[in-house]
Design a protein around this ligand. Sequence first.
Ligand code: BDR
Ligand code: CA
Length: 331
Amino acid sequence: MSISPARKVIFDTDPGVDDAMALYYALAHTGIEMVGITTTFGNVSVHQAATNALYLTAIANRNIPVTQGVKTPWFKPGEAPPDFIHGADGLGNLPSRHATTNQIDPRSSAQFIVDMARAHPGEITLVAVGPLGNLAAALMLEPELPRLVQEVIIMGGTILEPGNVSPVAEANIWNDPHAADKVFTAGWKLTMVGLDVTHQVIVSVALIQKIADQHHHPATDTLVHAVKFYADFYSGIYPHVAKIYGCFGHDVLAFIYLTNPGLFSVQSGRIRVATEGIAQGQTMMNRRESVTYPQIGWGDTPDTLVCMQVQSDAVLHVFESTLMGPWLEKE
Ligand code: BDR
Ligand code: CA
């Protein structure tokens, strides 16, 4: 299925293995025009994230602007990147890299987002799959941003599913809860693709291998290496994932929501983020819209659309058929 005309997307990301899967899904999809990649700290340092974004696009024969963004959370101290999940290099510790020449765009990620939104009012979709500091910084640079972008889709947070870095917090929100709260209260068209749905979709190593066997290309070979490392982590902690030898598709689902929203069941409600204390990073949703709670901070919060259920087999089919298509030039 294609979106017509192709949607202009800025991909805000911290690649990261599932970020790499998401990037390649988006590049393979004819309904998406990726107009820039803005990077952030998260799975790796922001420098490594930008290096990876440049590398992944270069080996896929694309030259898309890549910027470097925030290095640390807005207020809380930064933490060591999770090298046990994504590898020290974010791509499963690649044994070597091909020589590439793509260069970084010198603007900050926030400035790039603002420049693009002003240049294409109402046309840019932000798909953000890392900690949300770049979006928060862009909102501070341009308070009109919510009216300049078409929509925002984030991978992050959780409502009913347990957290993945604390009993209640998902990693991207945990990594910068103050930025996330600013994003949830900004007043743009916002959709949250969180663990409620990403934990329902397991991408197998066998599927990524099948895609690589189809293309015989450095880009998909790189993906196989990275996904194996990532799958070892997830298979090590979740027996049902080990059975398939795979991993959660997290960031991919943000793009599949963009291309195939009908595969998701959504609920609308106000979301705030706990910024301090034991619940830090929790995405709290008012699921009783008819009730007016008295606490400060709920009354004027705009609604977020939250993905609660997903048709996982259909998602995997869309992912596979898109990536099996002719999106890579023959080497
Ligand atoms: C999210 O955290 C990161 O590790 C992944 O790339 C994804 O964006 C999942 O909680
Ligand atoms: Ca990510």
